[in-house]
Write a protein that binds this ligand. Structure first.
Ligand code: ADP
Ligand code: MG
Length: 171
């Protein structure tokens, strides 16, 4: 038997970083704002981490864990040479949180990336991704990760560069 392969092979995957502005390509207009993680966090992704839609949990500025659904895809802003990580948190926020420190754990895979021929198809796919993520995320996992060391170490203060945690593979 060989090593486990495929999109699930590297999960759970922990990551953290600042929320930066994306291209404003309409996450909010589509009813699905995505908090884009800074380049340093994206660069830390293993090269063979598959693009696609994933789900897991996220914490904003050391706050409580919430379910999230996210995409990992090629970033047109960098001529598709770099991946982007965009996290839609499954709760509503009163205000934007650009510049906040976001911690995530990716726990499951939903689907590979696909291109959609219409906006309507894209919106339907996003709704379906959210439905699947909500269905798969469990309270047991939420409690397990909320107690995990990764979510219980302090976050960098405003002026510090983002820290990188070496916790992947240590769960
Ligand atoms: P951008 O292209 O700048 O990423 P979006 O339309 O994707 O713009 O909106 C993302 C921003 O919306 C996030 O950076 C965050 O500040 C805010 N936001 C509000 N609610 C959420 C949410 N539930 N999940 C993710 N981001 C959210
Ligand atoms: Mg976004």
């Amino acid at each position: 038997m060989g090593a486990k392969r495929g999109p699930g092979a590297m999960l759970p995957y922990f990551a953290s970083g600042r929320v930066v502005t994306g291209f404003g390509r309409g996450g909010k207009q589509l009813g699905c704002p995505t908090a884009n993680l800074e380049d340093a966090t994206v660069s830390d992704l293993p090269v063979d981490f598959d693009c696609g839609v994933y789900y897991g949990f996220a914490s904003v500025d050391g706050g409580p864990l919430n379910g999230m659904v996210m995409s990992i895809g090629w970033n047109p802003q960098f001529k598709n040479t770099r991946k982007s990580m965009e996290v839609h948190i499954l709760r509503s926020f009163d205000d934007d949180f650009y510049g906040s420190f976001l911690k995530i754990v990716i726990t499951g895979f939903v689907r590979p990336m696909t291109s959609f021929s219409s906006l309507d198809e894209l919106v339907k796919a996003i709704d379906e991704d959210i439905r699947i993520a909500r269905e798969k995320l469990t309270t047991d996992d939420l409690n397990k990760y909320a107690a995990h060391e990764f979510f219980n170490t302090s976050i960098p203060s405003g002026s510090q560069p983002p820290q990188h945690h070496d916790v992947n593979g240590k769960l």
